[in-house]
Design a protein around this ligand. Structure first.
Ligand code: NAD
Length: 283
């Protein structure tokens, strides 16, 4: 039988810890606050924003929304970031990406002060992940994968993990974080010669390739844990992950569903980073 690791269950446990932290901060007169900067009205951003606002209100985390027109100038966005950096009442800053093509997204993200970079987008946060030091924050999705594995008490020390995907937002930071947990990590990508050989050798497979059906029957064996980060849509427009879930269900030991897996944990991780940011400097 394959265990299904529902993200919601881990999210609830993370939220409980965050709620305790927020209560302690509020008793000291600190109201944790996340600033979200949205340029334009992309439906994806708006959906994420409304999920985020709902969770923030449940956890008593304040959200300051900064909404900018789709044709906003680079200097105006950068000024917004500078003001939020300087504002002591703001503890975390999230900029919805991708930004419209006329903007220099990297320059905007790099402007976020590392101690407010709760979504891990700056080079300083990448350095923190690389060094295993509390500089900035890891990207929320990569952190969500680690939190799911820890929450489910999947041992990492000395275990073989195959990470499929090497992007700067998910695969690469996740691989470094898993090395930090003493796992033996193999990173696969679009040029990997024999993907099944690599995934079959692993105890844990984390797929973050964004390719529907990439991980099928021939990539897995009994006892493995499969964490599916992919968000794809099948030919009928239904959301699905990278794993052919119906093929590997019944073979592997445990897997996360899509939807309802890693994605359900991301906002909880973001809120935990905001609570941490609010406490880091002043407690
Ligand atoms: P990306 O396109 O930047 O990176 C994909 C990576 O997968 C690349 O490194 C590429 O080399 C690798 N890859 C592509 N095809 C492959 C193949 N056939 N075999 C092996 N490797 C292959 O994507 P990303 O931004 O890292 O996101 C990856 C997936 O995770 C997407 O589906 C995205 O929607 C999803 N995602 C989910 C969440 C969440 O909260 N669950 C958050 C962010 C991203």
């Amino acid at each position: 039988m394959t265990l299904i690791y529902k993200g919601r269950e881990t999210a609830v446990r993370i939220d409980k810890e965050t709620a305790v932290r927020v209560t302690a901060l509020r008793e000291k007169g600190i109201a944790p606050c996340l600033a979200v900067v949205r340029v334009g009205e992309r439906p994806d951003d708006m959906a994420y924003e409304s999920g985020l606002m709902k969770r923030a209100s449940e956890l008593a985390v304040n959200v300051r929304r900064v909404l900018l027109p789709a044709d906003v100038r680079q200097d105006a966005v950068e000024r917004v970031i500078d003001d939020l950096n300087a504002d002591e009442a703001v503890h975390g800053i999230l900029v919805f990406c991708p930004l419209p093509a006329h903007l220099n997204e990297r320059a905007v993200c790099e402007r976020i002060a590392p101690d407010k970079d709760v979504d891990g987008t700056t080079a300083m946060s990448a350095a923190g992940v690389f060094l295993g030091k509390p500089i900035g924050y890891p990207p929320c999705t990569a952190d969500a994968v680690v939190r799911i594995l820890e929450d489910r008490q999947v041992p990492l020390r000395g275990r073989k993990v195959c990470v499929v995907g090497r992007s700067n937002v998910v695969g690469k930071p996740l691989s470094l974080m898993l090395i930090g947990k003493s796992a033996t990590v193999t990173v696969c990508h679009s040029a990997t010669a024999d993907l099944p050989a690599e995934t079959l050798a692993a105890d844990i497979i984390v797929s973050c390739a964004g390719r529907a059906g990439l991980i099928g029957r021939r990539h897995v064996r009994p006892g493995q844990v499969v964490i599916d980060v992919g968000i794809n849509f099948d030919k009928d427009g239904r959301m699905c992950g990278d794993a052919a879930a119906e093929e590997i269900d019944g073979i592997v030991g445990a897997m996360t569903p899509v939807p309802g897996g890693v994605g359900s944990v991301t906002i909880s991780v973001l809120m935990s980073h905001v609570a941490e940011a609010a406490g880091r400097k002043r407690l």
